[in-house]
Design a protein around this ligand. Structure first.
Ligand code: SF4
Length: 460
């Protein structure tokens, strides 16, 4: 590189840093975590802002800080409460990691968020971006904080065509972002970069005219700002059809619906939901084949029974979707009615995932363990059915076990995991943390019930 070119590059960089900072001081938004330079607040806000818009985060942040004003308060809270405060924000492992890290900070640093690079990096759930954000924004240390927004701005201003999905590009951007930080201005400068990406240099329609760095923006000068940054597409999430049961109680459970708790690890760990299972494969449409609706209801009835829930599907209610980074659930929700035919340990643990081991165990207890083992083949099962009621029970248990193994074959649920079930009213919802899709379904259901009650009162 010639000396002249190097001088030009440095001038373009200085222009960027200077004008960006000037713009930020005049235009920055008044955000709750910007009112104090409290490292704990900044840390919470940065975790909440991952994959989530500022407008969505503000009320969550305010509630969270009200409820857990200090690192100690967060560390000492029951996990259920932390998840409840996070309910609706999604990516719930963020909340669990945050609480885990709060415990680390309480135990190792007396509740004070550390300002040491290695210590911040060692906190659970804190990656290079969040560490850079905490160190720069809260402690004014010259650390880069490079996320998707920042990579977009830098790609455009410097006309960088590297694929931002690659780790090597991130490292390159971090080096560049570090060089751009003016001395003593890390906190404001990093926030200014983020603010420009959020307000002006937006993904689809960058607003170049009011942009403070337009004059030297290489992508704008080349007319290619909307084709940057370069990013290879991630694999689309895998679709998964699931059958969900909205079980309405009767007798002592009248006016309540049944929810279950997810296993203690994996997807949406320990959160509450309507029971649901993988749907059977779509019918081939052969003449005389069962219609999909009947097959779905049959599978749901058997799944409920296998899980120890005595309920009968009464018809399709509605469909709903829940998207994760790697999977999309389409939930076909059926209204089901509790049946009193079988004695249930309804409010006890173990109703969720009464799987292969449990069913086989039940078969053994029925005095038909041998038959159950043999009933793995259809012929043995037939023989067992014919022999005695005990053997019939054994065959049913084995069939249930087989179904359960199928149901758990998606890897998100395992037969070993056990969870609780509860019968709840709308008021009880305040005590349980639900993923968004179930929160919406339950609210919708209770809204419908209230509307129905109002209509029936007014028509009397
Ligand atoms: S001029 Fe346009 S493309 Fe360049 S940084 Fe500003 S908003 Fe982005």
């Amino acid at each position: 590189m010639t000396e002249q070119k190097q001088q030009q590059d440095e001038q373009v960089q200085r222009f960027f840093s200077h004008h960006l900072l000037e713009w930020y001081h005049g235009q920055k938004r008044d955000l709750p975590w910007r009112r104090h330079r409290n490292p704990y607040y900044i840390w919470i806000s940065e975790i909440m802002l991952q994959q989530t818009r500022v407008d969505t985060v503000i009320p969550y942040f305010n509630r969270f800080i009200d409820r857990f004003p200090t690192v100690e308060a967060l560390a000492d809270a029951p996990e259920e409460e932390v998840l409840k405060c996070w309910e609706g924000l999604g990516y719930y492992s963020r909340a669990r990691n945050l609480q885990h890290a709060a415990k680390q900070v309480k135990e190792l640093y007396g509740g004070q968020v550390p300002n040491d690079r290695d210590a911040v990096f060692a906190l659970k759930g804190v990656g290079p971006y969040t560490a850079g954000a905490i160190l720069s924004i809260a402690f004014n240390q010259p650390e880069p904080a490079v996320d998707g927004n920042v990579m977009r701005v830098l790609s455009r201003y410097f006309l960088l065509e590297d694929d931002i999905a690659k780790g090597s590009t991130r490292v390159k951007m971090e080096r560049l972002a570090a060089v751009l930080i003016p001395e003593g201005e890390a906190s404001h400068f990093n926030q200014a970069l983020m603010e420009l990406g959020a307000l002006i240099c937006t993904p689809k329609s960058p607003r170049c005219l009011p942009c403070p760095v337009m004059e030297h923006c290489a992508a704008r000068l080349a007319g290619c700002e909307t084709s940057l940054p370069v990013k290879t597409k991630a694999k689309p999430p895998r679709p998964e059809e699931r059958l969900a049961a909205l079980v309405e109680g009767r007798g002592g459970h009248a006016g309540r619906v049944l929810i279950r708790q997810r296993p203690s690890s994996g997807l949406l760990a320990r959160m509450w939901e309507l029971p649901h299972w993988l749907a059977p494969p779509a019918e081939g449409g052969a003449p005389g084949a069962r219609p999909p609706e009947a097959a779905a209801q049959d599978r749901l009835r058997r799944s409920l029974r296998t899980a120890g829930i005595s309920a009968r599907p009464e018809g399709h209610w509605m469909a709903a979707e829940h998207t994760f980074s790697h999977i999309v659930w389409t939930l076909q929700v059926y209204r089901c009615r509790e049946e009193a035919a079988l004695p249930l340990a309804a409010e006890s643990r173990a109703a969720y995932g009464a799987g292969a081991a449990g069913a086989a165990g039940a078969a053994g207890a029925a005095g038909a363990a041998g038959a159950a083992g043999a009933a793995g083949s259809a012929g043995a099962a037939d023989a067992a059915n014919a022999a005695s009621p005990y053997l019939h029970a054994a065959a049913a248990a084995v069939q249930a076990a087989t179904e359960q193994v199928e149901m758990f074959a998606d890897g998100t649920e395992t037969a070993e995991e056990r969870g609780a079930i509860r019968w709840i009213t709308r008021e009880d919802m305040a005590n349980y943390a639900f993923p968004n899709v179930f929160l919406k379904l339950l609210n919708h259901y209770f809204d419908e019930q209230e509307e129905l009650a109002r209509t029936s009162v007014s028509s009397k």
